[in-house]
Design a protein around this ligand. Sequence first.
Ligand code: NDP
Length: 343
Amino acid sequence: MRERGADHARVMAHAKIHRDRSIEASDLAALSGRTIAVLGFGNQGAAQAANLRDSGHAPIVGNRDDEYATSAAEEGFDLRSIADAAAAADLALLLVPDEVQPSLVAEQVAPGLRDGDTLVVASGYNWAFGLLEVPAGVDVVMVAPRMIGAAVRDRYVDRHGFPCFVSVERDATGRAWDTTMAVARAIGGTLGGAIVSSAREEAALDLFSEQAIWPAVLDVLRTAHRVAVGAGFTEEAVLNELYLSAEPAEVFAHIARDGLFGQLGLHSRTSQYGQLRSLAALDEHGDLATRFGRVMHEDILSGDFAREWSRPDAGERLDTLRREADATPLAVAEAEVRARLDR
Ligand code: NDP
């Protein structure tokens, strides 16, 4: 994985957060006179292109000739092929899926980039793992919304904004920071707070969440199902208790709003006592911490996972894992219960 660049001296234990009260009052000067291209008109592309336009810019849209392209044209954008848009622009937002980016940049984007241009990525993965070949005189910056595309648009329109991670990955021009902040502002990213980060940090935390936290949660649910059904309780009762009722989703919403422990007040005193006495009995430096540490250092930061996922047969392996997951006792029981409950 790439080491931190000079700009990452900005990232301390407490990250700096840039926040604007309004887009109208914010500094977009670094974008004035620049030709902007949005490459890819999918979830993020459609939203960011519309936000850029409403912030006073006229982005060109680059897309393959299909229904995404049709909707870009219907919305009045200057639509071109990805290669033509990249060549026409001096600032390109790369908004195609991560797995497509390495070959697309090499074949269609990089040939159109010139010294002094800027390439903006919305996720750190490919840059952090050295999978993007970008000409040396081109600035590479990250403006990564922590929000799905539809909400990037809605929260720009209602001025609520959304958080995003920003970083300068390569400052060839000496002006990359101002450009980064102007892009973040123009898409609405400073209304919710632009957190100074790095491609390395963004990618590592994303992968850590996917490879450590969520597998642990899935394992907890799978084990709980096995133990509770083994104790003689019905699938309907067990699965509703675990997640079909959507109660965990409510709890997570309250964790975000009221705090990890602040939300405990919403539970009965019996529940609070049970949760806290069991948590106190767990060893926070035990097996889970060892496993999480291994995932972070040996799988992610070492680059092993990225190398494995770049192999040509990785997609087939994913398909096999999906089939195996769908055949587990929990998944089979869940399908039956859903059918019976008409969910
Ligand atoms: P989408 O899957 O929605 O984007 C699809 C776009 O990429 C479409 O315009 C599609 O065009 C084009 N595309 C797909 N495959 C190819 C290809 N082989 N060649 C050319 N164009 C192709 O992506 P997202 O908007 O979800 O993601 C874009 C970036 O934003 C990624 O880096 C992602 O990590 C990041 N991001 C995404 C978030 C999200 O919530 N979705 C949140 C934050 C960041 P076509 O019509 O041709 O298929």
